[in-house]
Every structure is written in structure tokens, then in C-alpha cells.
Design a protein around this ligand. Sequence first.
Ligand code: LLP
Length: 427
Amino acid sequence: DFDLKTNEKGNLKIGEADAVDLAERFGTPLYVIDENRIRDNYKRLYNAFKDYYPNFKMFYACKANTNLAVMKILENEGSGIDAVSPGEIYTSLLAGFEPERILYTGNNVTDEELKFAVESGVRLNLDSISQLKRLSKIPEAKGMEISFRVNPMVGAGHHDHCITGGPLSKFGIKEEEAVEVYKMAIELGFKPVGIHSHIGSGILDPEPFMLAVRTLMDTAGKVHKEAGVEFDFIDFGGGIGIPYTPEESKLDINDFAEKIVDLYKAKLEEYDLGTPTMCIEPGRYLVGDASVLLTKVNTIKQSYRKFAGVDAGFNTLLRPTMYGSYHHIVSASTPLAESTQTIDIAGDVCESGDLFARERPMPEIEEGDILAILNAGAYAFSMASQYNSRPKPAEVLVNNGETDVIRERETFADLFNKQNVPVRLLK
Ligand code: LLP
């Protein structure tokens, strides 16, 4: 279960703040982030690996949540960053991450983006031979340390869209081509120092990770032997899932870390690879369960089905519509109450797919109630849009009951940002 905390009024607590009270003070829809939960998640995962293999680093996959305050919290904790675009590099630098702490893993990167990354001084993890060749034409990139993303032919994830390894994936270089590509990089004057893979997202089973570690290490072994590469780091990407349904169980992180590290060490020894830094790139695990989305029920409607209509939609939280993802939903004023009905919970976007839940067991809900959509910290605000001309919601950070607005609610004016109407149309 989700270990929901309530206060003396019986209202849901987030980071010691009353969810109903937050909705009233800051309006809805509202993302509420618990700072300590992010810090705890970071420490738990970091320590689990660090205890078994001290030469270990984590790069937060900031696509999960790019709010500057969230990034600053992880910067304080000592994390690095996995960035996928110039915008994410820029945001990371602004949040105080030194360039050496940022690993840029782009996909289908333009020359301009490559140049930007080189000039920023971040580490480059290349996704294709095309990228390597184009990088070699940038004078400032001469002699740079680089790494490659390899497709280890293993993929896993909570949805087809979130599987990033295997024969259908657009990411990385072919495993069989790795030796050749590393040799090519050396010939072009680069210094390859790393190897990387990321097999997918939302994985709660250790098995696919183990397979990926095995394959990537075998590839690293070959590249070391046949291309003479000395690895400074080996990066297994992100993907660790979190439970979204009450029935799912958490991955046992200590057991997981021990298994991975045992295999890693055995392979280092097998191929005489020394003790390169072991890296992972968690996104969802660090921020996913640290946030809830508060939304207000404005309509109870008995049509052919029973609906609770709320003031958030897939413009606010896309995952249910995009991946059919389950997000647990509780009433913020009766979070522990027994279910007495099943009801569809629908957003306010004018599309049929705009549903947070179908036939969800819920207690009584009335118009005006606040619902808390749980586990809305990862790929939630970062995938929000202004579709239907709805300004994006605010984000509030809670720290032991203290609140800070870390992103103001957008206004109508934000809907027109950067638009121009040609004068000739103003007749
Ligand atoms: N590293 C790389 C290279 C990635 O592409 C990703 C995620 C991660 C790390 C972090 O994965 P995580 O630890 O968060 O699973 N929008 C989808 C998830 C897309 C993930 C894309 N890549 C969702 O809402 O489930």
C-alpha cells in the first residue's frame, strides 16, 4: 500500500502539509512535491549501491521532472544529470550542476545541438555513427572524452513506448558493431572512456536489468580487448520502476543492488576491466512517488455511466491517456475510507480519452471534493501541455509543513507567449 498519512482532521498529509488546505490556498489543479521524499529516495538508492561498490555515481534523468527546485534538491544531494536536449543541459547548468556532472545522451541530435553540448563542456554519450562523424567535424571537440550508448538487445518497460532496447529500438549503436565504432572513434582522435545502455522505463523485475548488465559487460569486455579501450565508467541507464497500484510491490533495492554489483564485479574481473565507475540514471525512482496532483471535483454526473469530473486533464497528467497508466486516486478529505462505489474519473479536456480512471472503486465523492492523484512526480508536469488553451498548473514544494510555490500557475497571457498576428489580419 501507499503508506498514506493523515492529520487530526483525517485529511491527507503531504510532507506534513494538509492536502485540502493546500488546494484551497493555491488552487487546483496543483502539483505538490514532498522535498524529503526526494532526498530519501536519492539516499536509499545511492547507499544501496555505494555499500556494495564504492566507485558509484547516479545521474538523475531530469526529463522526469525539470523543475529547477527539484533539480536543486538533487544537486544538493550530490547527484549528476542525464540530459537529453540542449534545454535540459541549460536547465542543469542553471540549477548549479557543473558540466562534468552532466552526461548528454541525445537521440537524433542536430549539428547545432552537438555544438551547444561541446561548448557547454558536458560529457557526451553518442547514439549513432552519424553523430560521431559529425562531432569529429567540430574543431572544439577534438580529442574529447566520449562514450557510446549501445543497444544491448534487451528491452523492458511498463508499455511498448517505454522499451528502449531490442531490435525495434531507435536508440544506440548495434551491439555487434561496438568494437568497430570504438575503433573508429579512436581513429578520429577521440578518447572513448565510457559505455552506456538504457533498456526501458518502469521496470520492477530485476531480471531484464541483469540481462542488460551481462550483455553490456560482455560488449565492454570485447571493446577493451579488441579496441584497447580503458573504461572510466560503465553506465546502465535508468528504468527502476515504482509501484503505481496498491498490489504491486517495490523492488527490493538492497537485494537488487547486490545482485547487479556481484555480476558487475565478476564481469570486470573476467575481462580485466579494472574498477571503472558504475553509473545508473534513475528518473522515476527519485521523484515519482514524491508528488501528488490535487484536482477538484466539479461535476458528479450520472450518464450511461457514473462520472466524477475534475479540473485536471491529460493536459495536466498525460500518462493515463498516453500509456493507459494506472494512478491511484484518493479523496484528500477521506483518504483511508472504504470504497462504496465504482466510478469513472474524467478530466476536463474535450476528448473521450481524457480519463484518469475507469470503474475505479472509490468512497462517496461530492462536488467540491479534492482528489489526490498519487505518484505524479515523474513524467507528469514535464509532459503537461496547454491543450484546450488551459494554462499549466502551479507546483508547490513542501518541506516539513513549510510551503514554497516553485512554479507559478500560468495565466491566459502565457497562452499567447511568442505568438504574432500579422498586421494585415487586424483590419
Ligand atoms: N536514461 C535514459 C537514457 C532514458 O532515456 C531514461 C528515460 C532514463 C534514463 C530514466 O528512466 P527512468 O529511471 O525514469 O525509468 N514518459 C514515460 C517514461 C519515459 C522514459 C524515457 N527515458 C512514462 O511516463 O512512463
